[in-house]
Design a protein around this ligand. Structure first.
Ligand code: HAM
Length: 432
């Protein structure tokens, strides 16, 4: 048929069906409640920003993935691929509106033009928690503690996910021992971030392409296998600040009882070039999915964007991977969330009485679904059952003639006929 719409969303974009909201409601609630419990205050910024805020020098995947366009006035505009630059904008423009402890959070949709795969879409929702204006690595541990708490509240347990932590200062100090410095070191870190995503030969080839020799590659490979502070120590100079910070961070993790959730891992480098210190990513331990969340310290982004120096550290936690993980563990809901009470009837007079009952039931906290059709009891009860109602309230011709209302417990099939004035009490009794 000509001119008919395509009912599927664009490639890589998602529709959310009513059944999808069972998990999403929980996720959004866990994200906001966990952030607020740990003292983060909420901000929101628009999905559309000026391109100049979001784009950075080439070399970062994220910059090549920006959805950008010109608006009707010829301005260069983009859909945000991440929230961090917008957070820098809103916080630096409204300092007095944010608490001085610097903890901020946001939940919003981001867009990246990337190849859609398991756990990667062209849009996703991201929970961002950031701490602005604090230098202590307590912040890194505190952020990880907050994200781990959210994972636990979603139903995930120790051993099912791990946060892998490294320090880019340490990586830079290590590369320095190989005479790899400046822009070259940044390029090597970009490749190091790809190590686990490409075959070993490709990794070697990528390093060679940026001028790294065989002996250096061998050292890089050995360094990236280091998973404990003692081994790492052998790769860097004795006064390495990055290692000192990592040790300090580990002490704070011990204090927060996080060591069952956190690993020191030199293979984590992160793809975003703005990170300046500790970086981390969380993965499922079965290794089935991409990163659940990731973040780190970025002490120069404020200065680069606003001209005013300010340290910051934060993380982004997407909805896509965690949903896959949740489905993997708890299964997929087959239908939308049910309601407590379904109401239906036959004929105008029945509906007039039912609407009075709606007014009464609205004073309770029960969820209601009113069936606007006039139906025989069998059909109404079938629809109520399909809707997942626990109790059905019905007035048909017989009930009208006898001045009663049918109230049926759809869980145990118990059914009573009571005067209108008793309906709310019976519903309460059935719902326990
Ligand atoms: P990121 O690692 O690019 O960091 O993204 C953070 C998280 O967002 C990922 O771990 C993943 O859960 C989710 N995510 C990213 N891209 C996609 C995608 N295409 N499809 C599905 N999920 C995705 C950042 O964005 C940093 N701005 C985070 C941050 C905040 N750093 C400091 N503060």
């Amino acid at each position: 048929m000509k001119d008919c719409i395509e009912t599927q969303p664009l490639r890589g974009m998602r529709d959310f069906l009513p059944k999808d909201w069972i998990f999403r409601k929980k996720l959004m609630q866990v994200w906001s409640e966990t952030a607020e419990q740990n003292g983060f205050v909420r901000y929101e910024t628009p999905i559309v920003e000026s391109l100049s805020l979001l784009e950075r020098k080439a070399g970062e995947e994220i910059s090549d993935q920006i959805y950008n366009f010109e608006d009707k006035s010829g301005r260069a505009i983009a859909l945000r691929p991440e929230i961090t630059p917008s957070m820098v904008r809103i916080v630096s423009g409204n300092r007095e509106a944010f608490p001085s402890t610097g903890k901020v959070y946001s939940i919003g949709q981001c867009f990246r033009y990337e190849r859609a795969s398991l756990g990667r879409k062209r849009e996703h929702f991201q929970w961002n928690i950031d701490i602005v204006g604090e230098d202590s690595v307590i912040c890194e541990a505190y952020l990880i503690q907050t994200a781990v708490l959210a994972m636990k509240r979603l139903g995930f347990e120790k051993g099912e996910f791990r946060v892998r932590v490294n320090n880019r200062v340490l990586v830079a100090d290590f590369l320095n021992t190989l005479q790899i410095t400046g822009e070259n070191a940044l390029a090597v870190m970009g490749v190091m971030d790809k190590k686990e995503k490409v075959p070993a030969e490709v990794f070697t080839e990528m390093l060679k392409e940026i001028g790294i020799n065989e002996a250096q590659i061998e050292r890089i490979n050995a360094f990236m296998l280091s998973k404990d502070l003692q081994t790492i120590e052998t790769f860097v100079p004795a006064d390495c600040q990055g290692l000192k910070d990592l040790k300090q961070f580990w002490d704070y993790c011990q204090a927060l009882d996080l060591t069952d959730y956190v690993d020191i891992d030199t293979a984590i480098v992160r793809g975003l070039a703005y990170y300046t210190g500790i970086v981390f990513e969380c993965f499922d331990t079965k290794g089935k999915f991409r990163a659940i969340f990731g973040g780190g310290r970025y002490n120069h982004l404020f200065e680069r964007l606003t001209g005013k120096a300010c340290s910051a550290v934060g993380l982004g936690f997407g909805d896509v991977v965690v949903e896959e993980l949740y489905k993997d563990k708890f299964g997929i809901p087959e239908k939308a969330e049910g309601v407590d009470v379904a109401l239906g009837g036959f004929g105008d007079q029945a509906h007039a009485t039912l609407l009075k009952l709606v007014a009464g039931l609205d004073e309770t906290t029960y969820t209601l679904d009113y069936d606007f059709k006039s139906s025989a009891p069998g059909k109404f009860l079938g629809r109520a059952d399909k809707r997942g109602a626990k109790v059905a309230v019905y007035i048909g011709e017989n009930e009208l003639n006898q001045g009663v209302v049918m109230v049926k417990n759809l869980t145990n099939k118990e059914q009573v006929f009571v005067p209108v004035s008793d309906v709310v009490a019976i519903v309460r009794q059935f719902l326990g």
